[in-house]
Ligand binder design. Structure first.
Ligand code: SF4
Length: 359
């Protein structure tokens, strides 16, 4: 499900999404039901539809950030027919020429990348390509019905890097025959490929997917939300040590997922990334408190204003967990715009947060 886009994390470009659900994809991965994900039936958007969508977005979109990109996602872009690829890129190109948009991006399967397919992009302002890697373990790829090997990803990443594209790699956790160690190994092999950014998606059971049948007859057990958040946190921290930003964790809330007929089971949460960030901050504060011989009560935590919600955690659960774990009566959050975003002061002690969290 090679990318779902839309929301814009801090520091990320504004994305104008153009859905190409399940197009250019001859496969049926067991977890995939693009219709459930995008809430749309498969139909190639016409040049006119694309241009209307982009104009609408530019007109009503929020204030322009430094970078704006038109993104084709939901299918496998370079798996489309050549004339369709040219037509879609041709529809997007005038907005780049007019400087309303900076460039074009798309997502595609690793096995659609070749010298020949990349030649098709010559002359079009494509800057970013995302690959649906999902796993670097062939057994897991087979079990997921991906129809490509880990070696396809290595070759594709090499070609993209050599041609100077910004490269994003997407991985999944909770696939059949995968586990925490397998996910960490996939992260290690992804980091070796030196992507510019990564996305991490939990495996969800969607109506209409093959996984739905396996779930219903007890052959597939999705990850629990809490375990998944903790695993994705470990992956985030691993990528952070390699200075690789994780620009999305979890699917975004969409009608296709939340309405009846879409999501069935699995570690879905509309604020999944926020849960992961919150747990990282909780760990960092807990470590600082563990190191203190005497903890003041009330405890004061100074934080940059833009990080307050991450320190609090969802529904302020970090505050209640800290109070309980360290037997504190009161925690005071002091907002300090002079603090760096990746620093907290916990009772006067500096606490450093992962740098890629605040990009
Ligand atoms: S490659 Fe798999 S996940 Fe991506 S669109 Fe095709 S079937 Fe869906």
């Amino acid at each position: 499900m090679d990318t779902r886009d839309g929301a814009r994390p801090v520091g990320q470009p504004l994305i104008i999404p153009i859905f190409i659900p399940h197009m250019g994809c001859p496969h049926q991965c067991i977890f995939c039901n693009q219709r459930a994900i995008t809430g749309k039936t498969a139909q190639t958007p016409s040049a006119d539809q694309i241009q209307q969508a982009v104009r609408r977005f530019l007109k009503y979109g929020k204030k322009r950030p430094s970078t704006t990109q038109i993104s084709f996602f939901g299918g496998s872009f370079l798996g489309l027919e050549k004339k369709t690829i040219r037509s879609l890129l041709g529809a997007a190109m005038p907005f780049v020429r007019a400087k309303d948009v900076d460039s074009i991006r798309f997502s595609t399967r690793p096995d659609t990348i070749s010298q020949e397919s990349l030649n098709l992009l010559d002359g079009f302002p494509v800057s970013t390509v995302e690959l649906g890697v999902q796993s670097m373990n062939d057994q897991v790829l087979d079990a997921a019905g991906r129809g490509h090997r880990a070696s396809d990803t290595v070759v594709a990443a090499d070609l993209l890097k050599n041609r100077g594209y910004e490269m994003g790699l997407q991985m999944m956790v909770g696939l059949p025959e995968d586990d925490d160690d397998g996910a960490m190994e996939t992260a290690r092999r992804i980091a070796e490929l030196e992507p510019d950014f990564v996305r991490i998606y939990p495996t969800l059971v969607l109506e209409g997917s093959q996984l739905a049948g396996r779930y219903r007859d007890g052959r597939y057990h999705p990850m629990a939300l809490a375990a998944c958040v903790t695993l994705v946190k470990r992956l985030f921290l691993y990528f952070d040590t390699h200075h690789i930003p994780v620009v999305r964790m979890g699917l975004q809330a969409s009608d296709g997922l939340t309405s009846s007929g879409g999501f069935i089971a699995g570690p879905y949460h509309p604020a999944f990334g926020h849960l992961v960030h919150g747990e990282m901050v909780l760990d960092a504060i807990s470590s600082a408190l563990d190191r203190m011989e005497k903890r003041p009560d009330p405890l004061t935590i100074s934080v940059h204003p833009c990080m307050v919600s991450r320190v609090q955690g969802l529904h302020k659960q970090n505050i209640s967990r800290l109070k309980k774990a360290f037997d504190l009566k009161k925690i005071v959050l002091h907002q300090d715009g002079c603090l760096a975003k990746d620093y907290l002061m916990v009772a006067g002690q500096h606490v450093t947060l992962p740098q890629t969290m605040v990009r």
